[in-house]
Design a protein around this ligand. Structure first.
Ligand SMILES: Cc1cc2nc3c(=O)[nH]c(=O)nc-3n(C[C@H](O)[C@H](O)[C@H](O)COP(=O)(O)OP(=O)(O)OC[C@H]3O[C@@H](n4cnc5c(N)ncnc54)[C@H](O)[C@@H]3O)c2cc1C
Length: 381
C-alpha cells in the first residue's frame, strides 16, 4: 500500500473535515506536537489537527484511511514510551480541544468525559461532589484521560484501587475506518461477549481513537494519612512492604525510594545540593485512607509496629496536603532557612496527635535532607 502525500489538496480536505477545529502546518506548531516526555526524541507530524468532537475525529480518520496517511493520536504528551510521536509523519491528531466533562452521574457513581480532560481536573471536579476517581499517575497535572486510557496508566494508589483499566466502564472509539463504536456498557456487570473495553485500554492508540469514556467513581475517602518511613537498609524496607499487607493493612498508596535514586535526583534537580548525606538507605511513603479516623489511626499504629520491627527510623506523619507544602519547604531548606519537620507538620498536618510524630532522620550540615527530597518528588508528581 503506497501512502499518498500530505499536500495542499489533502490539507484543504482536512480543513473541510474539521470545520470547528484547527489544522496547523507551521514548523513551530508541528514541532510542539512532535515530542512527549521520552527523552531527546522529536518527530513532528506533517500536520497537526485538533478536532472538537467525535464527528470531526471520524471525518479525519476516514480521510486519512482513503489517502493511506498515518495518524498518531496525541494527548497531554507526558508519555514516557514515545507513543504520541509521529514516527511515520502524517497527521498528529491532538485531542486537547475535546476536554469537556460531560456528565457526573452521582447516583450511579460514574462520569462521562472527553479524552482531552486533564486527569487532575477530573479528580477535582468529582471530589467537589464527594466522589473519587482514584487512578493517580504522577503526571496527573498535565496528562489526559485519553492518554491514561491508551497507556493504562497507574500510580501510587494502584496498590489499593487498581489502575486506569479498573475504572473504565465504556468507551466510544473511532475505528481505523472511521466507524464509531461503543465498547461496553455503563454498568458494573457486563459479562457477555468480547471485552473490547479492555482491549482498547493500553493499546496506545494503535486500535482506534478514544473519543469518550464512561468512568467508574467511588465515594471520596473522608480521611487520608501519609507516613514517610526511613530505613537503614533497602532490603528491610522491601520486606516491610509485604509485612504491612500480611498484617492485614492495604495502604491506599505506597512508594519505595532508595538512596541511589535520591542521589541521582539531587544531581539532576536544579537548586538542590549534589551531595547526599549519610543517613537512611531507603524510604517508604505509605498512605492510608478511609472514612473513620479512629480506624485509620489504628492502621497507622499497626504499620508503625511492622516498620519498627523491620528497623525503621523515626517516622514522619503528614496529612495529604503535605504534598503541596513540601515543594515550598525544600526551597526554604536549601536556601538555608532551615524549616524543620515540626513546622512543616504544623502547616500540613490536620489529624489528631499520633504516637510517633517525631522528626525523620535528617541530613547533615548544609546538605538537603533526603526526606524533604522524597516529599518534593512526591509533590512534583
Ligand atoms: C513526571 C511524570 C510522571 C509520570 N507518572 C506516571 C505514573 O505514575 N504512572 C503511569 O502509568 N505513567 C506515568 N507517566 C507516564 C505518562 O504520564 C502516562 O503514560 C500518561 O497516561 C500519558 O498521558 P498523556 O495524555 O500525556 O498521553 P500522550 O503521552 O500524549 O500519549 C500516550 C499514548 O496515548 C495515545 N493516546 C492519547 N490520547 C488518545 C486517545 N484519545 N485515543 C487513543 N490513543 C490516545 C497516544 O497515541 C500515545 O500512544 C509519567 C510521566 C511523567 C512525565
Amino acid at each position: 500500500m503506497i501512502a499518498m502525500q500530505v499536500d495542499g489538496a489533502f490539507i484543504a480536505a482536512l480543513k473541510d473535515a474539521v470545520p470547528t477545529g484547527d489544522v496547523w502546518t507551521s514548523t513551530e506548531q508541528r514541532s510542539a506536537y512532535g515530542h512527549d516526555e521520552t527523552e531527546d526524541l522529536n518527530h513532528p507530524p506533517e500536520v497537526v489537527v485538533r478536532p472538537r468532537n467525535t464527528a470531526e475525529v471520524s471525518a479525519v480518520v476516514r480521510l486519512c484511511a482513503a489517502h493511506h496517511i498515518p495518524i498518531t493520536p496525541i494527548g497531554g504528551r507526558t508519555g514516557l514510551s514515545g507513543g504520541a510521536l509521529a514516527v511515520h509523519g502524517g497527521v498528529g491528531l491532538a485531542l486537547d480541544r475535546m476536554d469537556r466533562i460531560l456528565d457526573i452521574d452521582e447516583r450511579n457513581l460514574q462520569v462521562t468525559v472527553e479524552p482531552g480532560v486533564i486527569t487532575q481536573v477530573l479528580q477535582d471536579a468529582v471530589a467537589a461532589k464527594g466522589l473519587y476517581y482514584a487512578p493517580d499517575p504522577s503526571s496527573k497535572g498535565s496528562c489526559t484521560i485519553g492518554g491514561n486510557l491508551a497507556e493504562n496508566a497507574g500510580g501510587p494508589r494502584a496498590v489499593k484501587y487498581g489502575v486506569t483499566r479498573d475504572f473504565v466502564l465504556n468507551l466510544e472509539v473511532v475505528l481505523p475506518n472511521g466507524e464509531v463504536i461503543w465498547t461496553g456498557a455503563n454498568t458494573l456487570k457486563n459479562a457477555t461477549g468480547y471485552d473490547l473495553t479492555r482491549l482498547m485500554v493500553g493499546s496506545e492508540g494503535t486500535l482506534g481513537i478514544i473519543t469518550r469514556a464512561v468512568l467508574k467513581l467511588v465515594p471520596l475517602p473522608k480521611h487520608t494519612q501519609l507516613m514517610l518511613v526511613p530505613f537503614p537498609d533497602a532490603v528491610k524496607a522491601c520486606e516491610a512492604v509485604s509485612a504491612v499487607f500480611r498484617a492485614g493493612i492495604t495502604p491506599s498508596a505506597m512508594e519505595f525510594m532508595e538512596r541511589d535514586a535520591i542521589g541521582w535526583t539531587m544531581r539532576f534537580t536544579d537548586g538542590l545540593p549534589t551531595q547526599l548525606s549519610t543517613g537512611p538507605a531507603a524510604y517508604l511513603l505509605i498512605e492510608v485512607d478511609g472514612d473513620h479516623l479512629e480506624v485509620l489511626m489504628q492502621e497507622c499504629e499497626t504499620i508503625l509496629g511492622v516498620v519498627e520491627a523491620h528497623g525503621a527510623g523515626e517516622v514522619l506523619f503528614a496529612s495529604f496536603e503535605f504534598r503541596e507544602g513540601c515543594a515550598m519547604a525544600i526551597a526554604q531548606e536549601c536556601a538555608g532557612e532551615r524549616e524543620g519537620p515540626q513546622r512543616l507538620q504544623g502547616r500540613g498536618y490536620r489529624g489528631p496527635p499520633v504516637r510517633t510524630t517525631q522528626t525523620v532522620a535528617r541530613g547533615e550540615g548544609d546538605r538537603c535532607p533526603a526526606w524533604i527530597l522524597v516529599g518534593v518528588l512526591w509533590a512534583r508528581g
